[in-house]
Design a protein around this ligand. Structure first.
Ligand SMILES: [Mg+2]
Length: 262
């Protein structure tokens, strides 16, 4: 297969995998990804899941093949382990990322305290801590998430490096320099794949950084993507599929394979 696609960056939940309908995985989509892999393309999953949660997802949904790389928690970059481990950090990105986050969370302490206070007093959202550190939160519903995000937007004006990734009712705090788009840019740099040869697909707020045209020359989304994602993909000259989830990814891959290969 001859195609311009050399690197695929695909979101997991709601994009490659359907959590609301059957089948969970689209067979044709997985077959096309395998064909592209066989033709030399590299397949990365770019997800908000941690490494462990992604591994359980790959097992639970009986994936027919494994991704070549994984980008996890909307920021870390992993390659297959060379020493028996399943995955290991690719380059020094994860180390820099962890250091920048440690600095951020100590310097943004007072802003985070304001957020905690607001969430505890004004919402029913659940705060999530990892070790001692506030990792993020889970809202009761979209309306509550909207109120929380509005509060964070006001609070972070004094600390613009403090940002967040939002995916349905989940929110994770992060350094403004780290997101799915930045992780994908680093993977492209390490693999020497230019922007023009990168395909990306996602469905929610946390995917916009890889779908706005800056990092991936072939951005796309399935039909179930939220309106903000569809708009970002359209503005970047990408492809908005008519089908949902994996069937939509398949449709988008075919679009770019066919329209740009000759
Ligand atoms: Mg998603």
């Amino acid at each position: 297969m001859h195609s311009l696609i050399k690197l695929l960056s695909i979101d997991f939940d709601g994009t490659l995998v359907s959590r609301v309908s059957e089948p969970v995985l689209d067979t044709q989509c997985m077959e096309l990804i395998r064909e592209l892999q066989n033709a030399g393309a590299i397949w990365a999953i770019n997800t908000g899941r941690s490494v462990d949660l992604l591994e359980s997802g790959l097992a639970d949904f009986a994936f027919p093949m494994r991704p070549d790389f994984i980008l996890t928690t909307e920021r870390d970059v992993f390659r297959p382990g060379q020493n028996g481990d399943k995955w290991e950090p690719f380059g020094d990105w994860n180390e820099r990322c962890a250091r920048d986050h440690a600095e951020l969370f100590s310097s943004a302490d007072s802003v985070l305290a304001e957020v905690v206070d607001f969430v505890n007093r004004k919402t029913k959202a659940r705060l999530i801590y990892e070790a001692e550190r506030l990792e993020g939160l889970v809202a009761e519903n979209d309306e509550e998430m909207k109120r929380i995000v509005e509060f964070i937007e006001r609070a972070r004006t004094e600390h613009p490096n403090l940002d967040y990734q939002r995916n349905t009712v989940y929110l994770r705090f992060c350094h403004a320099d780290y997101h799915k788009g930045a992780a994908l840019a680093e993977l492209g740099r390490l693999l020497k794949v230019p922007r023009e040869n990168i395909f990306a697909s996602g469905d929610h707020h946390n995917d916009i950084s890889m779908l706005d045209g800056k990092v991936a020359g072939m951005p796309s989304c399935p039909a179930n993507a939220i309106p903000e994602v569809q708009e970002a993909v359209r503005n970047a000259g990408g492809y908005v599929a008519q089908k949902d989830h994996g069937a939509g990814v398949h449709e988008a891959l075919l679009h770019f394979v066919e329209s740009k290969s000759h």
